[in-house]
Design a protein around this ligand. Structure first.
Ligand SMILES: Nc1ncnc2c1ncn2[C@@H]1O[C@H](COP(=O)(O)OP(=O)(O)O)[C@@H](O)[C@H]1O
Ligand SMILES: [Mg+2]
Length: 362
């Protein structure tokens, strides 16, 4: 590369870095800023050139203190925990490193500020914490579920025998009916609990997501005949098969689509869409950015109150009379088994969107 092209080359390098980069001159004025830093600070670099860092981050006193300390001590300073950037009503957790900009002779020519958006990483950490909690509850629950299954079989058998002994018009038939129905209900809870608690070996094959979704939508359309529920599919036909356990994925999407059906009640619109996105995912070596398939299930039901959002994935959290509260906990487990992510966005009165992210390469 010819020397005259080098400055442009370096500028391109800095502009292409995935983290925010801000460079200050010796007197603390901004001389360089890349697009990610512009986005994080919420101002264009044209407005910032020559300005002190405090003009960009007025409320982030910790960040400003770090820059001052680094300038006065000549040391590199990092904080990965405590800095929250407030822009437009939401907080973005940041990891910040401030380093002196040194010339070849060792003299200090300014300061470099590196900003990394931790939103996705925090989300992953939350998911891991939830999974840990689940595994502790899980061991206990699995034991309990096994213990309940046998006596339950006994009760069902006895109730069936009793029913056979009763005449067609015997009033007691109502009672045996109740026993059998409730046994079935407990059985469903136990089955779901075992599903949630027991470890699974995945049977990974190339799964055609759209086929799975089409099948579930078909079944739900049959099940909701008579109601005014519209199912729309907006699927990206270029999505390749994903390596996954087909049965488990069917269960995952069925749970979510059923929840959407239950949310809209007698009438509403349920949209199922898919696309390819670049996202963070957790690997054994830590997080990395990779291509993922995003499947969104959205409904125009009543939405989820903000105070309930925290509890959605907790086993047994339900707002339904006949609910088990295990559906979303199972969804979360299936997603984790596939090293994916699950997200929920909801605004009350407008509806809910559940997003499932699955890695394209396992
Ligand atoms: N699409 C949705 N719209 C509104 N609320 C929802 C939706 N999906 C889930 N929820 C809420 O989350 C709770 C837990 O869901 P889930 O774990 O599937 O258990 P269940 O369906 O048995 O109640 C539901 O009771 C409901 O309050
Ligand atoms: Mg459910």
């Amino acid at each position: 590369m010819k020397p005259e092209h080098l400055p442009e080359f370096y500028a391109n390098v800095i502009d292409s870095v995935g983290d925010g980069v801000i460079v200050l001159d010796g007197s603390g004025g901004v001389i360089l800023m890349n697009p990610v830093a512009e986005e994080l600070a919420g101002v264009s670099r044209r407005m910032c050139l020559g300005q002190p860092l405090s003009a960009l981050f007025r409320d982030e006193t910790l960040l400003l203190e770090m820059a001052e300390k680094s300038a006065s001590s000549g040391m590199s300073i990092s904080d990965h925990e405590n800095i929250l950037l407030r822009r437009g009503g939401r907080g973005t957790p940041l990891s910040v490193t401030v380093s002196p900009l040194l010339l070849a002779d060792g003299s200090r020519a300014g300061t470099i500020v590196l900003l990394r958006d931790l939103t996705n990483i925090r989300e992953l950490e939350d998911a891991v914490r939830r999974a840990d909690r689940l595994s502790a509850i899980g061991t206990l629950a699995a034991g309990l579920a096994h213990e309940i299954k046998n006596p339950l079989g006994g009760i069902r058998g006895a109730a069936q025998l009793l029913e056979m002994e009763l005449a067609e018009d015997d009033e007691l038939r109502e009672c045996t009916g109740v026993v059998l129905k409730e046994v079935q209900r407990v059985n469903r809870i136990v089955e779901e609990l075992l599903d949630l608690a027991s470890p699974r070996r995945l049977n990974l094959v190339g799964v055609n997501l759209h086929k799975v979704l089409a099948h579930i939508v078909f079944l739900q359309q049959q099940a909701t005949k008579g109601k005014a529920i519209t199912f729309q599919r907006q699927l990206d036909p270029s999505i390749p098969p994903v390596m996954a356990d087909e049965g488990r994925l069917t269960q995952l999407f069925l749970n979510l689509i059923k929840n959407a059906v239950e949310a809209v009640g007698e009438s509403g619109v349920i949209v199922i869409s898919s696309r390819i996105v670049a996202e963070y995912s957790m690997t054994q070596k830590g997080e990395r950015r990779s291509r993922m398939v995003a499947v969104e299930i959205s409904d125009d039901g009543p939405g989820i109150p903000p105070e309930e959002k925290e509890s959605l994935f907790t086993p047994f959290f339900t707002t339904k009379d006949k609910g088990t509260g295990l559906g979303l906990a199972i969804c979360q487990k299936i997603v984790a088994e596939h090293r994916g992510m699950i997200r929920v966005e909801s605004s009350q009165g407008r509806g809910t969107v559940f997003t499932i992210l699955l890695p394209l390469v396992q």
